[in-house]
Structures are given as structure tokens and as C-alpha cells.
Write a new protein. Structure first.
Length: 404
DNA sequence: CAGCAGGGGGCGC
DNA sequence: CGCCCCCTGCTGG
């Protein structure tokens, strides 16, 4: 990624921010939850008319989640609010490093600008031919992809409408693989809700070039069959097991085995078979001391050791002993070797334990993301449908650093 | 800083 | 297939 491109991106986001901060846009009002919303200056009847008109009906027919951006002659900017559902950010502890502290908010305002050709989308190649995109600038927040684990996208002002007033798009980003769950709740049309509820998307995180300081999150849509079978995050094991009853392995062209339930792949059948057991609720190994059950004898043995006080891993430098080797290694790092293998790529900070994306947290780097969607035109409205793929590029402003 | 559950690679049988 | 080893994630004091 060339530095000039980074600069361009930053400028574009900056422009969006400036728009958002312009005084004549003083329609915003600060609410108790910290979410900044823009006041609607149309009458409720006008709003209702728009909500119930063509675009929404089309969304029903087309079975797709739509982000409908009504054209505006006055302004080409739109404000969405990302509402954090599961916010895991924690205050940075190392205050003595003169680091920015994290300002926790319940919601994050984002500005969505009317997309135009070439706007913000930087990735070269075929995707660039899709000239329309929506850029989301997450401002003054310190987000790692993990922290953006679940965000709800609410359209809160008149220029932005989703298919339903109550529609919400929940985005779940796991660390290396996860799900995006789309939720459509439509009181006026239950059919729409049934068809679009809990669509599941896979999120794949990959680094760019080896020399590139960026992470690309690629979101791919699962097919309808998989959507029906996909367990949601909160479902019980039994449900999970049920969904895997009909699971099948997919053997790739290169002799790799792909799990249909998650993103696991292995070149070995034995590893694959063992992995598939993790998708069942079967735990045949019982602890007779507490009746807790485990999947493997190894897990059971470690557990029983916690009852009996058996600690096979003894520290040579003190009298501490541990149930697992990992505990011993960690202990030795803390107490004896003082080894801190996890180093910040931007400063001298190092840690004994893994702190993913610590760099961004520590240094208060603005994370910006560009989201591409595919546009269509319906009844003179511009409709943005969820593409079958998204790409999120997480940048660290102009000063990009390796995230991993 | 420690306790503990869980997952996967590798290897011997 | 079973086991060892290592690693990871979550949790709590």
C-alpha cells in the first residue's frame, strides 16, 4: 500500500469528519447514552410515507437486506450510529506511558457519505469496478476488530433508512473467523423477518502483503442451506450438535479437509475427525468427584488433577508446581526469566501474555474502516444491498503499523 | 499472576 | 487412536 494512497484515504475520512462537524449540521443532539443522533426535520407523516413506500416493498421481494439511502438534495452525508452491543474495550492500564485512554461509549457515531465513483475504495483489482461504496469512519475510538465484535447498525436520521424502522444489522467479528449475523425485525411484514433473520456470514481475517501494514477482513455469505443449519452464537450445545448431525466434510483439491461448521482445515484426516468432535456435545469422560464431563481423557485428567492437587509440572527455581505445562511456562516468565515474548511493534512495551491488537490500544490509533456494498436503484431510491462479500481494511491512520 | 478448559500438531503404537 | 506437548482464551483475585 503506497503512502499516497494512505494519505488519500485519510483525507477522505477527514473530509467526512469535517462535514459531520460543520456548524450548520447542528441538528445533532447529544443523548444520554453518548450516541449522537441527528434530528429529523421532516414531519412524522413524511417519514412514515417514505418508510412504507417502494424501496421497502422491493426489499421483501428481493429477500435481501437493504440499506436504503434516500437521495437528498441538501446533503450527501448520512449518519449512522454504531451501537455497541458487546463492548470489550478496557482502559489502558499503562497510564505512565502517556498513552491515550479509551473513552468508553455506548454508541459510536459514524458518517456515511453518499458514495461516488472511486470513493474511498482502495483495493485494486476487479472489486474496484464496483464503484459505489459506503465509507464508515469510526471516529476517535480505539477499536480492534475484536472490540468491534458486535455492533448494531441503526439508521437514525431521515436520510438513512433501512428496510425496516426496527431493522438492525449486527456485525460480529471474531478474531480470525467469525460470523456476521444479520437481523431483520419487521413488525409490519413477518415474512421479511423470517426470510432475513439470522443470516450468517463468515468473516475471515487475513493480513495483506507481508510488507503491508493492513488487515483485510473478508466477509463471505454462506448459502441458504448453511444459513438454515448454522447455529447462532448463543444456542445450546444440543442445538449445535443437532446442526452438525448432517455435517459433511469437504475435501479440497489439495487433499485438505474443510470443516463445514467452522473455518477449520487440516491436511490430516485424523486431525479433522478429532476436530469434528468439538462440534458435538458428546463428553464421555466423567469426573467421579464432581460429575463434570469432558470430551477427552486429557481434559479429564487435568481436571482431576485440580481435585487431587496433582501438579506434575514443577518449577526448578521455586517450589511452585502446576497442572499444565503452559501454566509453568507462564509462571517462569513472570517470576524468573522475565521474558516478554509479546512485544509492541511501535514501542518498547512487551507483555508475557498475548494481547491482540495491543498496539492500537496503547497508541490510541484511529481505526477506520471502509465497507463496500453493492448498489442498485429501486424506484429512484438508491439501495445498498449487502454484498456477498465485504472487505474491511483496518488502518492506523497515516501511521500504519503491523497489527499482529 | 494464577487456575482451568479447550484445541491442534506431532508422534508412537 | 491415544497421548504428550504446546498454545490460546477466559476468568478471578
Amino acid at each position: 500500500m503506497a503512502a499516497t494512497e494512505i494519505s488519500v484515504l485519510s483525507e477522505q475520512f477527514t473530509k467526512i469528519k469535517e462535514l459531520e462537524l460543520m456548524p450548520e449540521k447542528g441538528l445533532k443532539e447529544e443523548e444520554k447514552d453518548g450516541v449522537c443522533r441527528e434530528k429529523d426535520h421532516r414531519s412524522p407523516s413524511e417519514l412514515e410515507a417514505e418508510r412504507t413506500s417502494g424501496a421497502f416493498q422491493d426489499s421483501v421481494l428481493e429477500e435481501e437486506v437493504e440499506l436504503v439511502l434516500a437521495p437528498s438534495e441538501e446533503s450527501e452525508k448520512y449518519i449512522l450510529t454504531l451501537q455497541t452491543v458487546h463492548f470489550t474495550s478496557e482502559a489502558v492500564e499503562l497510564q505512565d506511558m502517556s498513552l491515550l485512554s479509551i473513552q468508553q461509549q455506548e454508541g459510536v457515531q459514524v458518517v456515511v457519505q453518499q458514495p461516488g465513483p472511486g470513493l474511498l475504495w482502495l483495493e485494486e483489482g476487479p472489486r474496484q469496478s464496483l464503484q459505489q461504496c459506503v465509507a464508515i469512519s469510526i471516529q476517535q475510538e480505539l477499536y480492534s476488530p475484536q472490540e468491534m465484535e458486535v455492533l448494531q447498525f441503526h439508521a437514525l436520521e431521515e436520510n438513512v433508512m433501512v428496510a425496516s424502522e426496527d431493522s438492525k444489522l449486527a456485525v460480529s467479528l471474531a478474531e480470525t473467523a467469525g460470523l456476521i449475523k444479520l437481523e431483520e425485525e419487521q413488525e409490519k411484514n413477518q415474512l421479511l423477518a423470517e426470510r432475513t433473520k439470522e443470516q450468517l456470514f463468515f468473516v475471515e481475517t487475513m493480513s495483506g502483503d507481508e510488507r503491508s501494514d493492513e488487515i483485510v477482513l473478508t466477509v463471505s455469505n454462506s448459502n441458504v442451506e448453511e444459513q438454515e443449519d448454522q447455529p447462532t452464537a448463543g444456542q445450546a450445545d444440543a442445538e449445535k450438535a443437532k446442526s452438525t448431525k448432517n455435517q459433511r466434510k469437504t475435501k479440497g483439491a489439495k487433499g485438505t479437509f474443510h470443516c463445514d461448521v467452522c473455518m477449520f482445515t487440516s491436511s490430516r484426516m485424523s486431525s479433522f475427525n478429532r476436530h469434528m468432535k468439538t462440534h458435538t456435545s458428546e463428553k464421555p469422560h466423567l469426573c467421579h468427584l464432581c460429575l463434570k464431563t469432558f470430551r477427552t481423557v486429557t481434559l479429564l485428567r487435568n481436571h482431576v488433577n485440580t481435585h487431587t492437587g496433582t501438579r506434575p509440572y514443577k518449577c526448578n527455581d521455586c517450589n511452585m508446581a502446576f497442572v499444565t505445562s503452559g501454566e509453568l511456562v507462564r509462571h517462569r516468565r513472570y517470576k524468573h526469566t522475565h521474558e516478554k515474548p509479546f512485544k509492541c511493534s511501535m514501542c518498547k512495551y512487551a507483555s508475557v501474555e498475548v494481547k491482540p491488537f495491543l498496539d492500537l490500544k496503547l497508541h490510541g490509533i484511529l481505526v477506520e474502516a471502509a465497507v463496500q456494498v453493492t448498489p442498485s436503484v429501486t424506484n429512484s431510491r438508491i439501495c445498498y444491498k449487502q454484498a456477498f462479500y465485504y472487505s474491511y481494511k483496518i488502518y492506523a491512520g497515516n501511521n500504519m503499523h503491523s497489527l499482529l
